[in-house]
Design a binder for this molecule. Structure first.
Ligand code: V0D
Length: 256
């Protein structure tokens, strides 16, 4: 008889425990994450920054697995911004080894999990070894039909918008389109996210409440969820907490 009460809810009929199951309706289709706080995590432990980056990398496969399990269609991860080149060379060099390190271990797992890898950002300036690793993963996972794992690498939102505008301006100049054909749809088609829906939910870790040039166009209508938790400490439980909050916001403000 006791089991009957094991799913007991509080007086308002809302589930209170963060570990309880999510509703499988209104799962966000596209979740984007700014994986911030790796350097701070390392500093707190008296470790070099690169130790934080390595630890942060280990979190990714857990979140990918959970996202896939929940039926999220696209997961975009901000791995390296165009501003990150300003960091010390040794740190940049280490970061540029992480795609190889990650894929060397995780690519077979991603294949097994039917995950499709994509890249968003400028391929210019990327070391050949980095680009080679990512492009191999894109090719090998190209026929997979599960979660789209979209890495934002050497990505900046303003640069992305400028490039789209330049492409369209050139098309006007060449007479391929007229200026008044430039609308939201054509703009979206010229962004690096073409064929991907806009993110429904943005997560940023480590207590920073800013966009930092991430997906400026695409995040226009997204829900934002911020946490003080540093990325290396981020778990599936935090991820589910963000999604639960997203689902409840939709219930309060959604529709009419
Ligand atoms: C460091 C925390 C995976 C954020 C995660 C080059 C900063 C670990 C990748 C990765 C980084 C990228 C592309 C790909 C496969 C894996 C990665 C960078 C940094 C910057 F196809 N983690 N990761 N890339 N960090």
């Amino acid at each position: 008889m006791l089991e009957k009460f094991s799913n007991w809810k509080d007086g308002f009929g809302k589930k209170k425990d963060a570990s309880e199951e999510l509703e499988l309706v209104s799962i966000p289709k596209h979740v984007a994450i700014i994986m911030d706080g790796n350097g701070r995590w390392a500093k707190k432990k008296g470790l070099p920054r690169i130790a934080g980056h390595r630890e942060g990398m280990k979190v990714i496969n857990k979140i990918v697995r959970k996202a896939n399990e929940l039926g999220i269609e696209t997961l975009t991860l901000y791995a390296f911004s165009t501003e990150n080149w300003k960091r010390p060379k040794a740190e940049v060099d280490f970061l540029m080894r992480l795609p190889e390190l990650f894929l060397g271990k995780e690519l077979p797992v991603l294949m097994e999990e039917n995950v499709k890898v994509r890249l968003m950002g400028s391929k210019e300036n990327l070391p050949p070894h980095t680009l080679r690793a990512v492009e191999t993963a894109i090719t090998k996972t190209n026929e997979n039909t599960g979660l789209i794992l979209n890495f934002a690498l050497n990505y900046g939102g303003r640069t992305e918008i400028i490039q789209a505008v330049q492409t369209m301006a050139k098309q006007v100049q060449e007479g391929l389109i007229t200026y008044d054909q430039i609308d939201e749809t054509l703009m979206a088609d010229n962004l690096m996210t073409n064929q991907l829906p806009d993110p429904d939910l943005l997560i940023r870790t480590s207590g920073e409440i800013r966009l930092s040039n991430f997906m400026l166009w695409q995040l226009a209508y997204s829900e934002f969820w911020f946490t003080e938790v540093l990325w290396p400490d981020f778990t599936e439980i935090h991820f589910e907490e963000a999604i639960r909050e997203y689902q409840h916001r939709g219930r309060r403000y959604g529709g009419v």
